[in-house]
Design a protein around this ligand. Structure first.
Ligand code: RUQ
Ligand code: CUA
Length: 864
């Protein structure tokens, strides 16, 4: 009865699928017509489409703005791949919810104050000779002046450094060309010390500056003690860039309040916006950080503020290492060309881009040719004599990126909502593309490195307005992908960013990144060292010391060891857990209900949670990743009892037990199932060996994973046999069940290995055969037919040979099955399977493709 019901529902389901896929499948023209797409739409779609399982050419690291995170997505598909917790707790990854990541997040405390958010602005990739090496990512927090370092070996935040003297920053992070230093320039000038200074003393006691964080590219950490700040006037320093090539060793930082205006609407003064943009020009700061790094080493040259080395302006000036050049007012971006010779400044209140030339600046410096000094005694160079030229671009130019074509530069126009392509050498405007709306930064492919890759520009738009479905008054941000490979730009794709306001994003060729998929067993991923809580299978234990309870536990599919923890109310509980998995992507998460703790354990990782068990009661703990078919069983109990309370033990319920005969029967049944499962595993292993799996690295890795599971079986078998010998059949059954679990896991990975191997060694499918496979799967055929196996319908391997003029016979049968229901062969099948082949209403094209697919199956029949 059940069997028949099953068949019926399959048949029913098959026809439903057939009906709905009649729309889903079809020719390109039909899809275009149904969806109202133009040919241009389809070309743009094809340029960004990434087939399932495909890989993007570039990865983008985008600031997550007010989320305090970094997000990672692919280009050209614009598929989001990851959010990295940086300045903000990130629950999924346990960032800020386990002790090890808290240790990183809390490095960002300011004067003892916990800070749980950040305003991330500018990510930067580490460089060698000005080119990205794919090793480290730095990003700044404007709100709480900090810089964080992310390791691209695992995309985790490893370090946060607080700027000890700034009260905000903006012009960071920027790596120098061999990652010697990371520049972090101030934004809103403030006193360096932590004392009160009235605003009337702004010019005397408020300061800007540029901090040069010493970076060690080998270990990927900032050395705060070897870092220093170049004191600068309170001009509100803005974006910065490090020189490269010919200008290597120098830094460039804009400013927007050389007026040193301090507002005061509440006392009847014009607002900041009026006073801070009064002058026609502000100052580009030009400084020789390489020389100042030497200067800073001598205690005589620095003053120590909050434990940090500061080079006073007069020392920098005396060493010929700090200069100012007037630049059009209220500028924003300053971007050094790939060769380091041209420095383009865009003033958001000026319609021009100004291109400064390094060789001209350098000559003025060498000749000591100044046009004057600012109130702080810093020499000023002549703007005209420093300029290569200016170009009228439009309203609100902000930022620049470079392409692989010499002289080609792309500028974002905030007010005009455009990207302008022009040439900074010939100073000619080449093309303009509208974006939607109010673009801030733009991101070229390695577009600010010494080796820009061209191809695409991403517009990081501030407003989306009408571009997406309305999701309430707070709209997503909008990243728009633009194809720049042609003579004119072409806007391809909109991606909503629902996380915060990204400022800058940086893109790198994906092949430069080599992140690992597992850690050496017992690694603390935050330090890269072996974790003090590393625990291997068999070493699990609970250690008590007064009111301190320390758990050394493990997680592996599909159990947590230990499964019961009893503590007293008020105990401080520390749990170290190690994920024993070696298999790729077998993460286990862990939480104890009600205790606000969570961690994510990647294969090989050890991490720690800590809490005071201040609530009495029973608290399940469990694995938070759906890691296997028995994930729900991956749990245990924390029981917290009050030592001052008397607990009356509950009446013991006498559970009904099985007779010895029943137990023996269940044991035999379980063993029989295991024997049968082992036979399946053996057949897979034989297939893998026969087809030389070791020749394919991905397959060999999967086979390793499978054997890691299978390797645990003998130990369980031994325990089972011991239980039988001791007459404890109940226990023996449980161990046999455990063996079955291990077998299922082995088979699961083994079959994955087999499928992967088949895809490696099968002959390549023609386009028609691939289309046929799609039609076969989507059209509902696969509901009853499994290739290589008799299932609810016959195996179709060799079907074309089963009939005279087989191709035609099969085609006719698919097109019109009812006509053959009286055919003797078909009749026999209907009786045998107790179902009739339904008419799936395939088109002639689909039928002929399916026949091609059948031919491909026959060519590879040995693999199914
Ligand atoms: S800056 S666009 Cu940090 Cu332009 Cu925001
Ligand atoms: Cu481990 Cu779910």
């Amino acid at each position: 009865m059940n069997y028949k019901l099953n068949k019926l529902s399959t048949l029913f389901l098959g026809s439903v699928i057939a009906a709905s896929t009649a729309f889903a499948s079809g020719t390109l023209e039909k899809v275009m017509k149904d969806r109202g797409l133009t040919e241009t739409d389809v070309i743009r779609a094809a340029k960004t489409y990434l087939p399932s399982g495909g890989r993007d050419e570039f990865l983008v690291f985008s600031s997550g703005g007010q989320s305090g995170q970094v997000l990672v997505y692919g280009v050209p598909s614009m598929k989001i791949l990851k959010y990295i917790g940086v300045f903000t707790p990130e629950p999924w990854q346990g960032y800020g919810f386990d002790e090890d990541s808290k240790a990183v997040l809390r490095q960002g405390n300011i004067r003892g104050k916990e800070i749980n958010w950040g305003d991330t602005h500018h990510p930067a990739l580490s460089e060698v000779d000005g080119k990205y090496d794919g090793k480290w990512l730095a990003i700044n927090d404007k709100a709480n002046p900090r810089v964080a370092i992310i390791d691209l070996a695992d995309f985790e935040t490893k370090q946060i450094v607080v700027n000890p003297i700034f009260k905000s920053d903006h012009g960071g992070a920027f790596f120098t060309q061999n990652s010697e230093y990371i520049i972090e320039a101030c934004q809103y000038a403030a006193p360096y010390d932590n004392n009160y200074h009235p605003i009337e003393e702004y010019k005397e006691t408020y300061r800007g500056g540029a901090t040069m964080w010493k970076f060690d590219p080998k270990i990927g950490r900032i050395d705060a003690n070897a870092s220093f700040t170049i004191e600068m006037p309170p001009y509100m320093q803005d974006l910065s860039d490090a020189g490269k090539g010919v200008s290597h060793g120098w830094g460039f930082t804009n400013s927007f309040n050389s007026e040193m205006y301090t507002g005061g609407i509440e006392v009847g003064m014009p607002p900041n916006e009026a006073g801070m943009s009064r002058n026609d020009t502000d100052f580009l700061h030009v400084y020789n950080w390489e020389k100042l790094a030497e200067v800073a080493k001598d205690d005589k040259n620095v003053k120590i503020v909050n434990g940090h080395r500061v080079i006073p302006m007069e020392v920098a000036v005396a060493n010929n290492a700090l200069f100012l050049i007037p630049e059009p007012k209220s500028p924003h971006g300053v971007d050094v060309s790939p060769d380091g010779e041209y420095i383009t400044v865009c003033g958001k209140l000026d319609t021009h881009a100004s291109v400064f030339k390094w060789s001209k600046i350098k000559k003025l410096i060498d000749d000591k040719k100044y046009v004057g000094k600012d109130p702080y005694g810093i020499p000023i160079l002549d703007m005209k004599e420093s300029l290569h030229g200016q170009v009228e671009l439009g309203l609100g130019p902000l930022h620049n990126q470079y392409s692989n074509i010499d002289g080609e530069i792309y500028t974002s126009m905030y007010v005009d909502s455009q990207v302008v392509k022009w040439n900074y050498k010939t100073l000619k405007v080449l093309d303009k593309e509208n974006v939607h709306y109010n673009i801030g930064h733009l991101c070229g492919m390695e577009g600010k490195s010494a080796d820009p890759q061209g191809k695409y520009i991403i517009a990081l738009n501030k407003l989306a307005i009408d571009r997406f479905q309305n999701v309430g008054p707070l709209h997503p941000q909008n990243h728009q992908l633009i194809d720049i490979s042609g003579k004119t730009m072409d806007l391809l794709y909109d991606m909503p960013i629902p996380l915060g306001e990204p400022h800058q994003a940086v893109a790198i060729r994906a092949e430069k990144l080599h992140p690992h998929v597992r850690y050496p067993m017992g690694t603390n991923s935050k330090t890269g060292k072996i974790h003090v809580g590393k625990t291997l299978a068999g070493q699990e234990k609970i250690v008590r010391d007064g009111n301190k309870v320390t758990v050394y536990g493990t997680m592996v599919r599909s159990h947590i060891n230990p499964e019961r923890i009893t503590v007293n109310k008020g105990d401080v509980v520390t749990m170290h857990l190690t994920n024993l998995e070696r298999a790729q992507d077998e993460t286990h998460g862990f939480t104890v209900d009600n205790y606000d703790v969570h961690m994510s354990l990647e294969p090989g990782e050890t991490a720690t949670i800590k809490f005071t068990a201040d609530l009495e009661g029973v608290f399940p703990y469990y694995c938070t990743e759906f890691c296997s078919a028995l994930h729900l069983e991956m749990m245990g109990y924390l029981m917290v009892k009050d030592p001052n309370k008397k607990y009356v033990s509950a009446q013991k319920l006498k559970m009904a037990t099985m007779t010895p005969g029943e137990l023996k029967a269940e044991y035999d049944k379980t063993v029989a199932v295991n024997t049968a499962t082992q036979a399946v595993i053996n057949s897979v292993v034989k297939f893998l060996k026969d087809n030389k799996f070791a020749d394919h690295k991905v397959v060999a890795d999967l086979v390793d994973d499978a054997f890691a599971q299978a390797g645990q079986i003998p130990a369980q078998k031994k325990l089972s046999d011991e239980a039988v010998a001791a007459g404890d059949m109940e226990k023996a059954i449980l161990f046999e069940n455990m063996i079955w679990q291990l077998m299922v896991k082995t088979a699961d990975v083994g079959i994955r290995a087999k499928d992967t191997l088949v895809s490696k060694i099968a002959t390549k499918q023609s386009n028609a055969a691939a289309a046929g496979k799609r039609a076969f799967d989507e059209g509902g055929c696969s509901g009853c037919h499994v290739v290589g196996k008799v299932s609810s319908g016959p195996d179709l391997t060799g079907v074309l040979q089963r009939h005279v003029d087989g191709e035609k016979w099969v085609a006719n049968f698919i097109k019109n099955p009812e006509h053959k229901f009286d055919d003797d062969y078909v009749k026999g099948m209907i009786d045998y399977f107790n179902l009739k082949m339904p008419n799936q209403h395939m088109t002639d094209q689909e039928i002929s493709d399916i026949i091609e697919y059948f031919k491909w199956i026959d060519e590879n029949a040995n693999l199914f």
